[in-house]
Design a protein around this ligand. Structure first.
Ligand code: C2O
Ligand code: CU
Length: 586
């Protein structure tokens, strides 16, 4: 097995991910960050220096279980102290399972700032995957706002919260400001309106997007059909040969958007989800939520005289975003010719039935590990949107998560009880009387930072229960992600989970193993995992602003079994004091 060393510097820099110059968070001058490639069983070492000048930083290795190295999980306040400006932190961890993964910032809204990249783990030498292919490509999907990340954060945390998209402001300004009204009609040299330029977000594929409609314009006008965009935002191009099978790895690190991906004229076969093999099945398009990864196989069996669009569009929220595009290029000539066929249309955003059908088709490969047949503990987590003193928050069983200044991993290991609430948050909500179909009758909730302490090696079931938001008639999709483990997805259902009705419908035969799963509007999702990985692990909604507004819980298991935690993970809060007084740690 090999060890891969990296020296990384995180800093703000200029970039133009979607042709419009902006400030992005980059690694070693790159956005997205460099792709890490390793083989199962290898060790990855990243020496991360924070060059941000005024804010801390951490990086989470999404999907890597961090067995034996929970302090390298990269979660501020949970597995480590945020790395201060100028300081360097050493992330050393093993990548134990082949699959498609990624990494991203896990502090404040740094994912929205652009701190992310791919992490690809191949099978060990001599081992084979349960499918074959001639070549592979990786697509990292993200959404990108023109509004700066600090403004996004201030808006979310303000009394009378301002949502990061906030298209309503545009409407209001349009009505009240005639200057703006005139300005709206202006079109820039890209053929793009001022309004688009100022307010929308873009979908990015491998860090490239086109806010400006110029692609569509070029397509429609049939103007020679050659790519004109400059390099930074020209669509990512996959150069293929005819009559081959390719593996396409797709990871979504979106801040908010649920997506659907399709390749014009090409069918795909789903083979991997979150680093676990699937029972293969064929699709024309597939949904992917923030925090998820997939591998699909496709054959280049279409006429090689054409090129084809790969398109990505928004699901689950009324989109005011144009599709993200990449090009499947059958020719070996440069520059790439634009495809003559229009990009595949994304399914209607609110066709939840379609999304549910797709999610339920995802089943484990026959050789995938099966779940234990019984659970030791079942935790119900009710997701609600709340108002605490006019601040809009999300709460789980009425507790809105606020992270403490001392990382849990240190406080728990060294028994520093005053660093967080020692009462465990509730294991359930009022299952009998809570009406999930209506806005909360009492929208208030409490801030909290207590943890769920899991008995080591126990089998844990979690029923994630969705509900109506503050506004009547609305319930949203939330992709939930667990750190430190894969879990089995035992099932999805409508309405409130009922033990009599729904228990027997749970799939213990071939449930897929994953690290991220969605709850659908007004529905529930049941998962099972074994608490066998000593450490402190968040379980949270992967929509970054939702986590920022309290939508998560913290699990702790077997922390007493951990060896020495590196000092550099604990150099803040009460663990820093402990280290200075020499009363513990290493
Ligand atoms: Cu990819 Cu806790 O997140
Ligand atoms: Cu959410």
């Amino acid at each position: 097995n090999e060890t891969h060393f990296f020296k990384w510097e995180v800093e703000y820099m200029y970039g133009a991910p979607d042709c419009l110059e902006n400030v992005v968070m980059g690694i070693n001058g790159q956005f997205p960050g460099p792709t890490i490639k390793a083989k199962a069983g290898d060790t990855v070492v990243v020496n991360l220096t924070n060059k941000l000048l005024t804010e801390g930083v951490v990086i989470h290795w999404h999907g890597i279980t961090q067995r034996g190295t929970p302090w390298a999980d990269g979660t501020a306040s949970i597995s480590q102290c945020a790395i201060n400006p100028g300081e360097t932190f050493n992330y050393t961890f093993k990548v134990d399972k082949a699959g498609t993964y990624f990494y991203h910032g896990h502090y404040g809204m740094q994912r929205s700032a652009g701190l992310y990249g791919l992490l690809i783990v191949d099978v060990e030498e001599g081992k084979e995957e349960p499918f074959k292919y001639d070549g592979e490509f990786s697509l990292l999907l993200s959404d990108w706002w023109h509004k700066g990340v600090h403004e996004q954060e201030v808006g979310l945390s303000a009394k009378s919260m301002r949502w990061i998209g906030e298209p309503k402001i545009v409407e209001k300004m349009k009505a009240h400001n005639s200057w703006l009204h005139e300005k709206m009609k202006e079109v820039d040299s890209f053929g793009c309106s001022f309004m688009l330029r100022a307010f929308t977000l873009s979908l990015l594929i491998n860090g490239k997007g086109q806010y400006n409609c110029s692609l569509a314009a070029a397509h429609n006008s049939g103007s020679g059909g050659l790519l004109k965009c400059n390099d930074t935002c020209a669509p990512y191009t996959l150069r293929v040969k005819p009559n081959k099978t390719y593996r396409l790895r797709v990871a979504s690190t979106t801040v908010l958007a649920s997506l659907n991906l399709a390749i014009g004229k090409h069918k795909m076969e789903m083979v991997e989800a979150d680093g676990n093999y699937l029972q293969p099945f064929s699709v024309k398009d597939f949904d992917i939520y923030s925090g998820e990864t997939y591998s699909v196989l496709f054959k280049t069996d279409q006429t090689p005289r054409n090129n084809y669009w790969i398109s990505v569009g928004v699901r689950g929220r009324e989109p005011n975003t144009s599709q993200g595009l990449a090009i499947l290029d059958y020719q070996s000539t440069t520059p790439t010719k634009l495809p003559t066929l229009a990009p595949p249309q994304t399914p209607r955003w609110n066709d939840y039935q379609r999304s549910k059908l797709f999610s339920k088709k995802l089943l484990a490969h026959s050789e995938s590990p099966k779940p234990p047949t019984n659970h030791h503990r079942r935790i119900f987590l009710l997701n609600t949107q709340n108002l605490i003193n006019n601040y809009t928050k999300w709460a789980i069983n009425n507790v809105s998560l606020t992270l403490p200044p001392t990382p849990y991993i240190g406080s728990i290991k060294y028994g520093i009880n005053e660093s967080f609430d020692q009462n465990s948050p509730p294991d359930t909500f009022d299952l009998n009387t809570y009406d999930i179909m209506s806005p909360p009758s009492n929208p208030n909730a409490a801030y909290g930072n207590g943890v769920y302490t899991l008995e080591f090696n126990n089998t844990i079931d979690v029923i994630i229960q969705n509900a109506n938001m503050l506004k009547a008639g609305v319930s949203e999709i939330h992709p939930w992600h667990l750190h430190g483990h894969d879990f089995w997805v035992l099932g999805y259902g409508e309405g409130k989970f009922s033990s009599e009705k729904d228990e027997k419908k749970l799939n213990l035969e071939n449930p897929p193993l994953r690290n991220t799963v969605v709850i659908f509007p007004y529905g529930w999702t049941a998962i099972r995992f074994v608490a066998d990985n000593p450490g402190v692990w968040p379980f949270h909604c992967h929509i970054e602003p939702h986590l920022h507004m309290g939508m998560g819980v913290v699990f702790a298991e077997g922390v007493d079994r951990l060896g020495d935690i590196p000092n550099e993970a604990l150099s803040c809060g009460l663990t820093a004091k402990m280290l200075m007084s020499g009363s513990g740690g290493k």
